[in-house]
Structure formats: C-alpha cells, structure tokens
Design a binder for this molecule. Sequence first.
Ligand SMILES: [Zn+2]
Length: 409
Amino acid sequence: GGAAGMGDKDGLIGVGIVFQPTEDGTLYVKKLKEGEPAQRCGLIRPGDCLCEINGRDVFRQPVDMVKDLIMGPPGTTVRLGFHRGTDPRAKLIQVALQRNRPGEQMVGVGVVFRSDNTGALYVRMLQDGGPAQLSGEVRVGDCIVEVDGVDVYRKPISTFTSMVLGPPGTVVMFGLRRQDTLMVHRVMLRRNAPIATSDALANDSQMAVYDGNIKLRRQLEAAKEEHQRLQGVLVEKQRQLKEAERLYEHGASGMGGQMNEEAQRLKTFAHWPHNDTTHPGVTPTVLAADGFHFAPTAQDPDMVICFFCDVQLGDWERADDAKAVHRKLSPNCPLCIGIPCGNKAIVKGASSKLDAGASAQQRLEDVLMRKALLLQTATALEGALDDARRQIGEAVQARRRIQAEAQAI
Ligand SMILES: [Zn+2]
C-alpha cells in the first residue's frame, strides 16, 4: 500500500506516525504506533491532515521530503501542525514531540533555555520541582558553556538538546557561567521523569504555546465565573418577576373588605391589647397608617395583617417597630416602597368619611393605576430577564470558543 512509516534510518528516528498519502498528495495520519511519542501525546488522531513541520508548510509535499523533516536524532524535538476535518477555518493543531524509541523516553533536568542573538544559551526558567531547581545550583540567567565536559558555547540548540537529554536516572554535568565572571561553575544533575515532555525541553516557541495555554485556561475560568454570576442574576430576576406577578394577581382580586382605607383599618383596633406608651412602635395609628388591620386569633391575640401583601405579624414586644418589620419581611410591598397601590390614607383636617359614590370611583381608578404600575414593573423585569439570558448566551459562546482554542493548542 501507500502507507509511509517513519522507521529507523541511519540512526535517525521519527515519532511513530504512519501516514497515508492520497492521490492529490495530501498526507493523512493512518495510524499511531502504540507507545511512541505521537500516540503518547494524545493530541493526534487518525484522519488528521499534516500541514506543517517546524513551522514550514508541507501541505501536499513529497513523502520523502516530509520524512526527512520528521526524522532526527533521538531526544531531539519536532513540531508538527495538523488540520482536522474539512473546515478550512478550523485551527491548526500543533504538537511538539520528542523523538524517542518506545520505552526509551529521554528526559532532561527541568531547565528551559533560550538563545540570544549571538547563539549563546541562557537559563530562561527552572521547572518547578525539577532536578535543576531542587539542586539550588542553577540560576535563571546562567549561561551554559559545557555539557559533560564538552564545549557547547554557541553550538546549535539541537546538538545541545540531544546531549542534555538521556534515560531517567542518569547523570549530566553542566558548566555554567554566571553574570560577568569568567569562572565556570560545574554542577551534576540527575535526570528524572519530567512533568511533561514538552516542558522539560521547551525552547522559546514551545514556551509560547505553554504560556498561551495558561492564558486560555485563565480566560476559560473567568468565563465560567461570569456564567455563574449571570445565572445568579437570572434566578434573582425570575424571583422578582414571580413576586410582581403574585402581587399583581393579589391586587387585581383582593380589593374586597375596604381594608385599603386607613380609616377602616383603624376601626379594627378597638380592642388592641397593647398600651401606646409601653409599645410606641406598634400603636393602632402607626399600624393602620402602614397598611395593617387588626386580626387577632386564639394563638396570636395581637396579630395584624397588611391589606396589600398579606404579611401577618404579631407577638409584639416593647421595642418593636411595625414599619421596620414590615419592610424587612415584605420588601416588595408597595406600602413599604411607597408606590401607589390603592391605599387611602386619612387626610388630616379633611372629612374621613368620603362620599360613597366618589369613594367607589376613586377605588376603581386606584385599581387601574395599580394594575398599570404592576404591568410596567413586570415589563421592566422581563426586559432585564431577556438581557440576562442574552448575556448568558454570550458567555456560553465565549466559553465554547475558548475551550475549542484551549484544546487546539
Ligand atoms: Zn404589606
């Protein structure tokens, strides 16, 4: 068949991908060899289309050329870019793979190097918990001049990398020059298994991919938090809407008993059990003015009820303040908020006894006004609800986008 495996050739090895070329020269991943780097990294799938090697466009390039680019000395790295599926806008899947034989994973000592414009190599960072960091002998900014006694000053990074990497448990000796001193500081380090292969031998471009991943993960976390916050807002808006609906229903049907008239409410307090002096916050005047009428029961001999919100309060003590309790237990009651709701307060200095016809007319107008106000509130809340839903939709989309990007790197 046309399958092209990447096997050993002149001591060079690949990363364990078997490619299937099509008639137009496109190279697809046919299968991944068990236990080899491509399979171990977990990011490549059969059917992926090879597009880039080390940043170079290799789409529909000859198999031999591709093979030469992928193969290299054991322990060195190669960066591959794949397209998945048929969507041309889909993001390139990029992986950095270390060329290893199965079961022969080469490891470093947890140092990330960078080269300056002269080709000299410097310690850029130390992997957390890696051998170099644990030794305490290697510092960020050190210039590396020797590996196992061999001069590597300004040598190609691939040569250097293959010298640093080795089987886990083996030892490597670095010669480091620190700042302006000419003295070479030598340190022995034991290689162990790195946290992630790509981290252990990350060069600058791999480092960028790593940084990008962390950034995307943070964005993802932020999007999740925003999503949760908006869901909280939605729940609160729904509750407010429900409450407004309940009050509206009640307002539309509960205008019976004339308890909307303060004068009528005041009359109910004829046998109020408390003294105005000892209980100044719960006098009949205060209670009636705040919407309450007296409705004693055997268990609650001092119970009062708000004509609008139906809240039932009782068990009054000397220091109690009816208005404050009303606001605390029924914060959406229009009597607490101070919006018109058909309450007819006693007008000081005017006749408290209204003409019956005018009173009925007035009540009707009050009901209509109340209905209009509640509808207005309900409409506003529904608008806010739509906004919250839209914001959640956007947050979910942003999260999906970020997730897709995070997977692609
Ligand atoms: Zn009330």
